[in-house]
Design a binder for this molecule. Sequence first.
Ligand code: SF4
Length: 104
Amino acid sequence: MALSVVDLYKTVLPRTNCRDCGFSTCLAFAGKVVSEQLPLKNCPHIPPDLLAASEAELAAQYADGKWLRRDLAADALKWAKERAASLNLADLPARWGVTSRFLS
Ligand code: SF4
């Protein structure tokens, strides 16, 4: 079974929001762990047996590519490039409401 952010928050993390991991809430930390941006061991308050079992479960879902780490800036750039490539520059004046008397 894969661990979602909510699963990790509810079943693994202490939910004390102590900030020892550098995040203001356990839920924020869980999001970073599930998206493969931080290791679970950055929370020092998880019992060793639970940490080991959860790390094994996370490793399996990372290997399966579930909830992959996303580079949002790269995603945005890719989207912008695709949008720009699909634009027909000849149509822009009409889209902007520019009439032909301004173009000549
Ligand atoms: S160190 Fe652990 S218990 Fe403390 S806020 Fe981070 S995840 Fe929650």
